[in-house]
Design a protein around this ligand. Structure first.
Ligand SMILES: [Zn+2]
Length: 401
């Protein structure tokens, strides 16, 4: 192998790809092309790992101004630093893993497979051949599981567990879109507990969503389930209907005019300090959920902290639970984890009195808050009204600020 050969191969691939039109191919030919490209990718991955090892041992990374060999590899391959560190770790092992090295040079292993096998075979060299064979026949997730088992059998279990336990964390940040993201590392038992709880709550929410006619992917329901589980405990609704007041608070900074109007005009703000902007109707919903302190502002100065209507008096709450044992939307029979809705929203000076409160399931609460469905009291009955036709475009476009 030399540089000239590598350049010729790359040139030919580039020329071929320039007028590659898979749409004109039969499906069977496309499948053969896919397999061919996958093989080239695997061969290239082998070449990358072998070269990366030499980049590290030769110290060329230092001369080229990189902070580490991994940083050099990350920049050269367009990968993250984490994957580059793992690639170098695997590359260093290859010298003592002949079966893996051989399969890799033959284009039979992807980079991920090499990393998995190397990590496990270094702990238990006897298992190497078996893992290389498995890589050719079994899907990646099965290979990963086998590698985990091999690693586990070669290490002190208690020590391994303790290492995870000491390294456990929950981390959150706001991404560029303004979304809050979470990342957590848990011990297997705590992870399994959380997973089981989230799954059960997800199933319950899925059944509710179906009944309310909301289509939501399972991963979205799982996110709702996590929030619901965590926050329900933080704001307990006691069986007797009394409330000790919210255990957690979300602060929202919003212009008074915007809160009353229901949407933002240029120059106004509605945001969770330290996290970012939220739509005004979300602020109104939070206000009704008793977990919010609204810092009503006039420009940048906080002019008042609005509290009226947030904490529902225990007697009103008791009466409400008594009156609305199930979601008040006609036909809905959800009776768990009901949310309290201010029928006339807080921002419209909706009072915190029994007449202006109703218990809704999560979905009907969502439809009312964000999709402009309405709840009206007609005599002693509740009426559920879909958005007016004129609103249709705004509904289709989703909630607006
Ligand atoms: Zn409902």
């Amino acid at each position: 192998m030399n540089l000239n050969l590598l350049e010729r191969v790359a040139d030919q691939l580039r020329t071929g790809l320039a007028d590659f039109e898979p749409e004109r191919m039969t499906g069977a030919d496309a499948a053969r092309m896919l397999a061919g490209f996958a093989e080239i990718e695997k061969l290239a991955a082998g070449g990358k790992l072998l070269s990366a090892r030499r980049v590290e041992s030769s110290n060329v990374w230092r001369r080229q101004g990189h902070r580490s060999a991994a940083a050099h590899v990350a920049e050269a391959t367009g990968s993250g630093l984490g994957p580059a560190i793992n690639a170098l770790k695997a590359a260093r092992c290859l010298g003592s893993l002949p079966a893996t090295d051989d399969a890799m040079r033959n284009g039979r292993l992807s980079e991920t497979q090499v990393k998995e096998i190397a990590g496990a075979a270094m702990v238990q060299p006897d298992a190497e051949q078996e893992l290389v064979d498995a890589a050719g026949k079994q899907p990646l997730n099965v290979l990963k599981l086998r590698c985990r088992r091999v690693r586990a059998s070669g290490t002190d279990q208690r020590q391994a567990y303790e290492k995870i336990r000491r390294g456990r964390y929950l981390h959150h940040w706001t991404d560029d879109d303004g979304a809050v993201r979470f990342d957590a590392k848990l011990t297997p038992d705590e992870g399994a507990r959380l997973e089981a709880a989230v799954k059960a709550e997800t199933r319950r929410l899925a059944a509710e969503a179906r009944r309310a006619g909301c289509e939501e992917p399972a991963r979205a329901l799982a996110a709702d389930a996590l929030v619901g589980l965590a926050c329900r405990n933080a704001t307990p609704e006691r069986p007797d209907g009394s409330s000790s007041g919210p255990a957690t608070m979300v602060h929202v900074r919003v212009d008074h005019e915007a809160l009353m109007r229901g949407h933002l005009e240029p120059g106004e703000i509605c945001e969770i300090p330290g996290i970012g902007p939220i739509p005004v109707d979300v602020a109104r919903r939070l206000a009704a959920d008793s977990i919010l302190s609204v810092l009503v502002t006039d420009g940048v100065d906080v002019t008042s902290v609005a509290h009226a209507g947030r904490t529902i008096p225990a007697a009103v709450r008791t009466a409400l639970i008594e009156r609305d044992p199930i979601c008040v939307v006609p036909g809905c029979d959800v009776r768990e984890a009901l949310e309290i809705d201010h029928v006339l929203p807080f921002g419209n000076d909706g009072p915190t009195s029994l007449a202006n409160l109703a218990r809704l399931c999560h979905w009907h609460h969502y439809l009312k808050t964000h999709q402009r469905y309405r709840l009206a009291r007609v005599g002693d009955q509740w009426e559920w009204q879909p958005p007016p036709a004129a609103d249709h475009d705004r509904v289709a476009a989703g909630p607006s600020g």
